[in-house]
Design a protein around this ligand. Structure first.
Ligand code: ATP
Length: 235
């Protein structure tokens, strides 16, 4: 079966800084794949390279069989990929509804069905439709960032640290939503510092260490892997 996303020998960075050094990774349709690793390992850079924001210096990014390396972000984001960026980055001065509408801004026609679908998953976003986004709690802002990404009905959702800065109970709730979104048919590539929660949730995982894939495999087996336990799970 053809992978939805297949990355081969990807190199990318910032001037002299080589953030990614020969990454090979695949995501199959229907999966949740977690990308874990310590600060500065290159996780965010990898998501940015997929989106075309950090251009690849070498290698290939095949999405649904199409070459994305060298393509512009607007082209890539029109192909069924959406991103939930690190730190949520909603539009803080816009209302909740306007934020959601922005998520569908490149789509023609009626977005009512998409809005209803997102409201069904996050009723709080319907209740707070007229509230200014920046006044929501951290957890609600994360729901808004996810809801905004879902408005484009993506096949592949890229999520960068959705648990960052949230209380444990809210983190659990957000991870439950991620599972639900996946069950409803969206493939997910999830970057997480919270390695334990990510490995519990994902089907497969890749461990990134200083720009290279150090370990990969079934998420369940990585939970038992001594090296992963020592470096990322606190022993
Ligand atoms: P974190 O969990 O801290 O976000 P990360 O795994 O996402 O870390 P990246 O943010 O991708 O890591 O960073 C990879 C490397 O690239 C690091 O050495 C970082 O300092 C460097 N880097 C990231 N962004 C830039 C930038 N805009 N300019 C220069 N160097 C950068």
């Amino acid at each position: 079966m053809q992978a939805l996303l297949k990355i081969k020998n990807l190199h990318a960075g910032y001037g002299p800084i080589k953030a990614l050094r020969g990454i090979n990774l695949d995501v199959q349709s229907g999966e949740i794949v977690a990308l874990i690793g310590s600060n500065g390992a290159g996780k965010t850079t990898l998501l940015m390279a997929i989106c075309g924001i950090v251009p690849p210096q070498e290698g290939s990014i095949l999405y649904d069989g199409q070459e994305f390396a060298g393509r512009k972000p607007y082209h890539i984001m029109n192909q069924g990929i959406a991103q939930v960026p690190e730190g949520r980055r909603i539009f803080p001065r816009m209302t909740v509804l306007e934020n959601l509408q922005m998520g569908a801004s490149h789509k023609d026609g009626n977005i009512q069905n998409d809005l209803e679908r997102v409201h069904a998953m996050f009723p709080v976003l319907a209740e707070r439709a007229g509230q200014i986004g920046g006044t929501l709690s951290g957890g609600e802002q994360q729901m808004l960032a996810i809801g905004r990404a879902l408005m484009s009905r993506p096949r592949l959702l890229l999520m960068d640290e959705p648990s960052l800065g949230l209380a444990p109970l809210i983190v659990k709730q957000i991870f439950d939503f991620v599972r639900e979104i996946n069950k409803a048919g969206t493939t997910i590539l999830l970057v997480e510092q919270n390695a334990y929660a990510a490995l519990k949730l994902a089907h497969r995982a890749f461990v990134l260490s200083t720009g290279e894939i150090a370990i990969s495999g079934e998420a369940k087996s990585l939970l038992q892997n001594p090296e992963v336990r020592r470096a990322y799970l606190g022993g």
